[in-house]
Design a protein around this ligand. Sequence first.
Ligand code: AMP
Length: 394
Amino acid sequence: MNKKTIRDIDIFGKKVLCRVDFNVPMSDGKITDDNRIVEALPTIKYIIENGGAAILMSHLGRPDGKVVEKYSLKAVAARLGELLGKEVVMADDVVGKDANAKAAALQSGDVMLIENLRFEAGEEENDKKFVDALAKLGDVYVNDAFGTAHRKHASTYGLAKVLPNAIGFLIEKELKMICDTMENPKRPLVGILGGAKVADKLPIIDKLIDVCDTLIIGGGMAYTFLKAQGYTIGESLVDDSKLEDTKAMVAKAQEKGMELLIPVDFVVSKAIDDVANKMYTKDQNIPEGYMGVDIGKKTTKMFKKAIKSAKTVIWNGPLGVFEQEAFAVGTYKIAKAVTKVKGTTIIGGGDSGSAIINMGLAHKITHISTGGGASLKLFEGKVLPGVDVIENVD
Ligand code: AMP
């Protein structure tokens, strides 16, 4: 890794504009999981303990360039204040009068949070005027928002073009864990991919067929593979425009002699929230009027056997509709199997990360990434724009 980290830049007496990922899950105005705030603490503490003032920036949800009160970061400022044990100055706007006045008054050791970056359309557009308005608030720029490092936004990309810059400790840790593992994995390397959208994950399936010894496919994605193989899938989630692509993936795996595991039985029901009509199929075929909502018992056994032999596991996406307890059994059993692996286990954030955390199994995993999309890009071997744009060490 040849990128400057926060240790390589001068922050003493400086106002450090730091992009963090405070896009936390909220319900009724309350934070339901503060893990992302906790993960940002090392960099924030380093800034204030080394003579800097921290001006923190984040997005929350998708307000699409408008002020939407439910996406305000005020609750985040309050939680951050509790975690740091000190006051966090909250600005009422992003780059307006209040943010400018409060930023100007900051002293070394102070922490300030500006309002949701996505209240301004210029953020996602990486608009130059908005970049300049953000840059006016501080002296140096640190990107520590791994969860948005795959985006080319004003706060994740544009600022590095106009201010001295570095990455923070969270991005450094994520890159080290994921890139080092992908560059030189202990084998067998087993990949597990679940989740809903096959179209989003085709490039990564393609890449993982190249690098993995075994690739397990589960979740809503599996039914497109099964339909393409001629099985009946009832009302299950399917992307008919990707049938040929999945056929090509199966053919590629066969040609390479790698093991591509697709479910052989299912838990099905009449709707994704219909627990009452839950039943098991005896094979890959799903009857009319039913949809696949979880992997079945034979599949779980087959997947567990493959995971047991692994020395490295990478995993993204739940294997069923895990939001319903009745359909979360497959994901849970696979999670348990992953925790028993004697080797490196990496969970690529998003839903599978939450599933592991909610199951109380996080401490048995080598690394749970804070970025679903960003970690997928790294699994795919891609460069993250928010990292690429940072200055190299001399
Ligand atoms: P993704 O964002 O692509 O990782 O997808 C995560 C979502 O996939 C979760 O909300 C799951 O409920 C959903 N999912 C997993 N398995 C299925 C399934 N069999 N049918 C429908 N949705 C599913």
